[in-house]
Design a binder for this molecule. Structure first.
Ligand code: AMP
Ligand code: MN
Ligand code: MN
Ligand code: MN
Length: 284
């Protein structure tokens, strides 16, 4: 009798960043959805990991301590996941602290810009939606929807919060090299999150992969809640050619986004070697 394969979801959010479930609620929902191994990967913070770890221990689910680091690369924001990071690592903690400071400055700046566009009170409004120690564009979107300026979070992003829109502020995040150093200092494996979402040309994406590999990066998120079937095939090919390990994660933010569910990810395409089969997995 072969063992049942474990169900992995290596990308998720809680109220520690811009998710809507508390860490304990997220872990409970993942367990109920049949996830065996869950990574909590909040944006630029490790704050939810203790609560998530405690809940996971109770339920017999394996919690992978993670983080999603905001990175500026070639005038673009990209996200690098750190999986199996040691939350006690001072280098990682200090690095993330700097990113959170930028977030707070950026939040005020977004507020000023929206005020100039005729919508006041957004900084305070966004802060009221932030339930942890980071404030992000999602919180602005939630406030703007609640205040009646748009019908959905998606619409807010499109009309106000992306490049060339009134509330857009250019990211000044970590460099790729620095983010990789933080993650590796903390004993973690780095994975490029939702690579198809960046809408890079194939050659730019290959350059990113090459730089990422040179800095010690390990994996590519081939299966993502935001990838289409075609995206998955393209990223699987890139993963094989770039000699990267493959990861899979829903990028779950809570039940408000009904199109992204926990425990419903397709399996990794054949020929991709999963991150969890690497010798470095779980080796701190
Ligand atoms: P931030 O890191 O604060 O700039 O915000 C990035 C987050 O905003 C992502 O992790 C998503 O949760 C959310 N987001 C980005 N683009 C969109 C979009 N078009 N619609 C809805 N949410 C989005
Ligand atoms: Mn998010
Ligand atoms: Mn992301
Ligand atoms: Mn994410």
């Amino acid at each position: 009798m072969g063992r049942m394969p474990l169900h992995y979801d290596l990308h998720s959010h809680s109220i520690a960043s811009d998710g809507t479930l508390r860490p304990v609620e997220l872990v409970t929902a993942a367990h109920a959805a049949g996830v065996d191994v869950l990574a909590l990967t909040d944006h630029d913070t490790l704050d939810g990991l203790v609560e998530a770890g405690d809940a996971a221990r109770e339920l017999g689910l394996q919690l992978v301590p993670g983080v999603e680091v905001s990175v500026s690369w070639q005038s673009q924001t990209i996200h690098i996941l750190g999986l199996n990071v040691d939350p006690a690592c001072k280098t990682l903690q200090a690095g993330l602290e700097g990113l959170r400071e930028f977030r707070h400055w950026r939040a005020r700046e977004i507020g000023r810009r929206l005020a100039r566009a005729g919508i006041g009170g957004c900084y305070e409004g966004a802060c009221a939606f932030a339930r942890g120690n980071i404030v992000g564009r999602t919180h602005f979107a939630q406030h703007l929807v609640a205040a009646g300026h748009a019908r959905s979070v998606r619409e807010v992003f499109k009309r106000f919060l992306v490049n060339n829109k009134p509330g857009f502020v250019t990211g000044q995040w970590a460099s790729l090299e620095t983010a990789l150093d933080w993650i590796q200092s903390a004993g973690g494996m780095a994975v490029i999150a939702h690579p198809a979402r960046y809408r890079m040309t194939a050659s730019k994406l290959r350059r990113l992969v090459a730089e990422f590999r040179a800095g010690g990066g390990a994996g590519l998120e081939v299966v993502s809640g935001s990838h289409s079937k075609d995206n998955v095939s393209a990223m699987a090919a890139l993963c094989r050619n770039g000699e990267l390990l493959a990861s899979c994660g829903s990028d779950y933010h809570g039940p408000e986004n009904p199109w992204i569910k926990l425990g419903q990810l397709p399996t990794l395409p054949a020929g991709c070697r999963p991150v969890w089969e690497s010798d470095r997995w779980l080796v701190q």
